[in-house]
Design a protein around this ligand. Structure first.
Ligand code: NAD
Length: 310
């Protein structure tokens, strides 16, 4: 039995796999994803393959997975894996459903509060002896604001619970979840149309998978239709919002702030476009990666892979 792990995984979970299958059976290299030739050679005789979101399991790499029976995904989005092609080859694909939802939901609440208040990014000015008190005195509170969620699945629902606890009014759009589903009433969230969320929410947060139907969902027109002074948060996938339109709306002041954790191209290519955008938070796809979430995701996938190889 051989297992290849091509991106970072919690050491304790890797040790669980070593104990179960023997130390020589586990090929763990957190940087293997960056060496395509070594990666293709490594997967050629492995039974299980464990990846995060950077390893593109499709085409030539998938073809090289001759003996692979199971692919463990250290996260939930499956857009980096050609799932139909895996299924056609009899390979099971197992995501870490729910294990990083809290990390993402806390990121959304944290950035929503930061961007609405718009008063925490003054460190450089205060150090420089300036005292921008007047300029920063119109920050907005979170309680009473409208949180609009696009996608009301695992992460959307957890985000709604945290937002409700802060006194936010929460509305959500999810065409796959009937209005009769108990989650709406249990969490106290009003189902709305995409257009209603766009025009009514003070904070819009995206929690949908990247599909043809969601690609460019927040294009320039939709961003322009958002409530003036609203905040936009994207932790779902790059390609779902138009990044250039976010830059333009921030510079224009129609958007109060934005937090983006995911991008059409990752790493985001170095460019001056974002440099002078006010009230902007950019992070390198880490909304779902906290110390605790890494432990939960890694132990869930180690257990699932052990089970699948029985
Ligand atoms: P989930 O499958 O539980 O929920 C997704 C929801 O989106 C579903 O309820 C589905 O019905 C809904 N949906 C699908 N198409 C839609 C559309 N066109 N409009 C509105 N809703 C639609 O998934 P989840 O666990 O909540 O994760 C959501 C996404 O977040 C993942 O697909 C992944 O891409 C992303 N994610 C990112 C990070 C990160 O670190 N940034 C971490 C975890 C997940």
């Amino acid at each position: 039995m051989r297992i290849v792990i091509s991106e970072f995984m919690d050491e304790a979970a890797v040790d669980t796999l070593r104990q179960r299958f023997g130390p020589d059976a586990i090929h763990y290299d957190a940087n293997l994803v960056d060496n395509p030739a070594a990666l293709a050679a490594a997967v050629a005789d492995c039974d299980a393959f464990i990846v995060r979101n950077r390893t593109q399991v499709r085409g030539a790499l998938l073809a090289a997975c001759g003996k692979v029976k199971v692919i463990g995904r250290l996260g939930v989005g499956l857009d980096n894996i050609d799932v139909p092609a895996c299924e056609a080859r009899g390979i099971r694909v197992i995501p870490a459903t729910g294990a990083n939802a809290l990390a993402v939901a806390e990121y959304v609440i944290g950035t929503a509060m930061l961007l609405r208040r718009a008063s925490y990014l003054s460190t450089a000015e205060v150090i420089a002896g300036k005292w921008p008190r007047n300029k920063l005195s119109a920050g907005r509170e979170t309680a009473g604001a409208v949180m609009g969620l696009i996608g009301f699945g695992s992460i959307g629902q957890l985000t709604a619970r945290l937002a409700r606890a802060l006194g936010m009014h929460v509305i959500a759009y999810d065409p796959a979840l009937p209005a009769t589903h108990t989650a709406w009433q249990d969490i106290g969230v009003q189902p709305k149309t995409l257009e209603q969320i766009t025009t009514e929410a003070d904070v819009i947060s995206l929690h949908v998978p990247l599909l043809d139907a969601t690609r460019n969902l927040f294009d320039a027109n939709r961003i322009a239709a958002m409530k003036p002074g609203a905040v936009l948060i994207n932790t779902s996938r790059g390609g779902i919002i138009d990044e250039a339109a976010v830059v333009a709306a921030l510079k224009l002041g129609s958007l109060r702030g934005a937090a983006l954790d995911v991008f059409t191209q990752e790493p985001l290519p170095a460019t001056a476009d974002w440099a002078d955008c006010p009230n902007l938070v950019l992070t390198p796809h880490i909304a779902g990666v906290s110390f605790e979430a890494n432990i939960r995701v890694s132990s869930m996938i180690a257990a699932a892979v052990i089970d699948a190889l029985k």
